[in-house]
Design a protein around this ligand. Sequence first.
Ligand SMILES: Cc1cc2nc3c(=O)[nH]c(=O)nc-3n(C[C@H](O)[C@H](O)[C@H](O)COP(=O)(O)OP(=O)(O)OC[C@H]3O[C@@H](n4cnc5c(N)ncnc54)[C@H](O)[C@@H]3O)c2cc1C
Length: 305
Amino acid sequence: MHPLRSLILAAAGNDAIRRLVATAPVSRDVVRRFVAGETTADAVAVTREVVASGRSVTLDHLGEDVADVAHADENVRAYLELLDALHAEQLAARAEVSVKLSAVGQKLSERVALDNASRVCAAAEQCGTTVTLDMEDHATTDSTLRVLAELRRTWPSTGAVLQSYLHRTLTDCGRLASTRVRLVKGAYAEPAAVAFGGHEVDLNYVRCANALLAGDGYPMFATHDPRLVRIVGERARWYDRKPGTYEYQMLFGVRPDEQRRLAQEGETVRVYVPYGSQWYGYLMRRLAERPANTTFFARALVSHS
Ligand SMILES: Cc1cc2nc3c(=O)[nH]c(=O)nc-3n(C[C@H](O)[C@H](O)[C@H](O)COP(=O)(O)OP(=O)(O)OC[C@H]3O[C@@H](n4cnc5c(N)ncnc54)[C@H](O)[C@@H]3O)c2cc1C
C-alpha cells in the first residue's frame, strides 16, 4: 500500500485529525470537490448544476453501519426529505438515490432494512424516480440480494450493484442481466478466498460487462478507469447497444472532464453525489485513492492553520 494511503486511512480513524480537518477553513473547498454539502438544499443545488450540464445524478445520503433503529429512521427520513425536494424542483426525472442497507438497519436485521428500504422505494416511485442499493462488504452480499429481490416484486426497476472483484459476480451478472445493474470493481478489503486482486479484477470487469451487455437489462458501468471506459464503449457497439440502453457512472469530483466528454458524445452519464454531515470517512477514502489529492490537501491545511 502507498505510504500516504495508509497514513490517510489511519487519519480517518483519528479524532484529533478529524476535528482539524472538519474545522480548517481550507476543508470547505476540498470537501466541496467530492461532497455536495451537508444539507438537502446543498444536495439539490449540486444536482441542479450537474443536470444542467447534461449529466444525470444518483444521490447518497452519507452515514453507514447504523447500530440502532433511531439512526436508521433518521437516514430514511433524510432520503424522504431529499426525494420531496427533488420532486418539488422538477429534478426527479434525472436524479435517483443510492441507498446502503447498512445505513437503514441491515446490521439490526434484514427485516428492518427491507422495511426501511421499502419506505424509500415507495417515496421514490411517488416522486417519479428510482433507488439503487449500493453493495457493501462480501458478508452482506447474499442478504442485500435477498432484500433487492423482495423490493423488485413491487419496484422492479430498483437497481443492483455487483462488484467485479468477487469470484461469484460473473454468475450473479448472468442471473441479473435482464435488470438494472451497476457494475463496479468493489471498494472493500476482501479476503483472497472470495475476491480477485490486481489485474484479475479488471479482467473480470470486462467478462461481467459482456454478460450484462448481452442481456436485455440496463447496465450501469461505474468506473473511472480510462481503459475500462474504452472497452465498455467498444463492447457496447459490438452488442449493438445504442446510447441510452446503458450508462456510465462516476463519482462527483472525479474525472469531471471525462464525464462531460462522454455526455457530449451522447452517452448517458450519471454522477454519484454524496452529501450529509457524515462526510469525513468518505472524503478520507477518496483522498487515500489518489495520493496526489492528499498532498494538495495536506499543503493547503498546513498553509492555512
Ligand atoms: C458511481 C459509483 C458507484 C459506486 N458504488 C459502489 C458500491 O455500491 N459498492 C462498492 O463496493 N463500490 C462502489 N464504487 C467504488 C468502486 O468499487 C471502486 O472502488 C472505485 O470506483 C474505484 O475504482 P475505478 O473503477 O474507478 O478504478 P481504479 O482501479 O481505482 O482506477 C483505475 C484508473 O482510473 C483512473 N482514476 C481513478 N481515480 C481517479 C481520480 N480520482 N482522478 C483521475 N483518474 C482516476 C486512473 O487512471 C486509475 O489508474 C462505486 C464507484 C462509482 C464510480
